[in-house]
Design a protein around this ligand. Structure first.
Ligand code: RFL
Length: 394
């Protein structure tokens, strides 16, 4: 079988890309190791930046999102026992959309497979990429039904298989540079069957460690608790989780958090990486496969969508009009935003974790940073701009 494009991975990046290709009548196939049910339920991100939502809307991919997403206009920092609101929409004219990643993935699969009749193969095993430095690359995999190897010949491979996929590992080490950053901290990522306890995202900056509160839906709230990297989630029974959340997110004149059953509890070790360039021969990487951003600033899904827009438009321009400029510029165009978001994540990480570092010097500078956000309007506006992400028409 031969396809102009084989897309490896059905996350936000791969599915958005597949939809852009289908809309332009470019034939493609999406390969996914998991089942459709699994990817439609995998809980992860939830915060989308306005430019990303407009990019989906322009491509006919934001119908449900615009109907159902919550609009967030401010966030709150709690430190020193007080709460401080940062009205980022007022400062920038932009807001966040809160729409759980599984819902976005469900919408994108439905649009791609059921409406645009795109080819998507779930449950594939042992995906391998071949001959990427030729103009006849191919992708092979083991078919789950027959157990036989299948080979798909193509013109381009889009590596959208996330941080643990095969695409990045296929890159010859002498042709790419991988920049890594390890924050040396862990976050216990929690989903609670409890309504949000605030109408906005809350960051608890506390000497015992960071804690975060993020609405996901009227019934479900995501919480984070800073913990040692590699910690065992079993060390965190429900009682301990709620006691720490109440303590770290507590502030004067604030009622206690509404507690509920924990439906997800996993430890994330906070680290980032960036692959440069994001292309090798006929392979183009997109999303977490190329650049992992710890969920510190809620940027990963936004970057995945940005890549999908750029790469989708570039592949369509090449395959339908022979215009290669988008493909040539793809890596540099994506990396500008990637590095901007990496830098903001690093800055924000210090704000979140500095007071709990055990180092009184770092604690002092962190609190100075925080106070500046609430005493200097220009510092607040600069924060708001970065929190909402660079404006773009993509
Ligand atoms: P994905 O979503 O990981 O999708 C990759 C897909 O590829 C499949 N796959 C393969 N398929 C075929 N062959 C192989 N060899 C394969 N190996 C893997 C996988 O099964 C999967 O379906 O990558 P993509 O599309 O690049 O999207 C990236 C986003 O998912 C990610 O950046 C975000 O979830 C990060 N993130 C957040 N981002 C935000 O923008 N806002 C947030 O609020 C936010 N919160 C989060 C997050 C990530 C989290 N985790 C789990 C690290 C919260 C958490 C807890």
């Amino acid at each position: 079988q031969r396809f102009p494009v084989v897309v490896v991975g059905a996350g936000p990046a791969g599915l958005t890309l597949g939809n852009i290709l289908r809309a332009a009548s470019v034939d493609c196939v999406v390969l996914e190791v998991e089942s459709r049910e699994f990817i439609e339920q995998r809980p992860r991100a939830g915060v989308l930046e306005e430019w990303a939502v407009r990019g989906l809307e322009r491509r006919g991919l934001a119908g449900n999102l615009l109907e159902r997403a919550q609009v967030h206009t401010q966030c709150e920092f709690r430190f020193g026992g007080q709460r401080h609101r940062l009205p980022y929409a007022e400062l920038t004219g932009q807001h966040h959309f809160v729409y759980p990643q599984p819902l976005l993935v469900t919408d994108l699969v439905r649009e791609y497979a059921d409406i645009r009749a795109g080819d998507i193969r779930f449950g594939v095993r042992d995906v391998q990429l071949h001959d990427l430095d030729t103009d006849r690359p191919s992708v092979s995999y083991t078919c789950p039904e027959t157990g036989r190897r299948q080979v798909l010949h193509c013109d381009f491979v889009a590596g959208c298989d996330g941080a643990r996929g095969v695409a990045r590992t296929t890159l010859p080490p002498e042709r790419v540079r991988i920049a890594r950053h390890d924050y040396g901290i862990g976050w216990l990522a929690l989903l609670a069957e409890a309504p949000p306890s605030s109408d906005c995202v809350v960051f608890g900056i506390h000497p015992r460690g960071f804690a975060g509160h993020m609405a996901r839906s009227p019934q479900v709230t995501r919480y984070y608790l800073q913990c040692p990297p590699g910690d065992d989630p079993e060390n965190w029974p429900e009682d301990r989780v709620w006691a720490e959340l109440q303590e770290r997110l507590g502030a004067a004149d604030t009622p206690p958090l509404t507690e509920g059953r924990l439906i997800e509890k996993r430890v994330l070790d906070m680290h980032n990486h960036v692959v440069e360039p994001m292309a090798y021969g006929r392979l183009f990487l997109a999303g977490d496969a190329a650049h992992l951003t710890a969920p510190i600033a809620a940027k990963g899904m936004n970057l995945a969508l940005h890549d999908a827009f750029l790469l989708g438009d570039a592949l369509v321009a090449y395959l339908t009009e022979g215009d290669a400029s988008g493909l040539h510029g793809y890596s540099a165009d994506s990396l500008g935003r990637v590095w901007d978001y990496q830098e903001f994540s690093q800055w924000l990480s210090e704000v979140y974790h500095g007071t709990a570092s055990g180092d009184p010097y770092r604690a002092g500078t962190t609190l100075a940073r925080l106070r500046r956000l609430f005493t200097s309007p220009s510092a607040a506006t600069a924060f708001a701009e970065q929190y909402l992400g660079m404006e773009a028409t993509v």
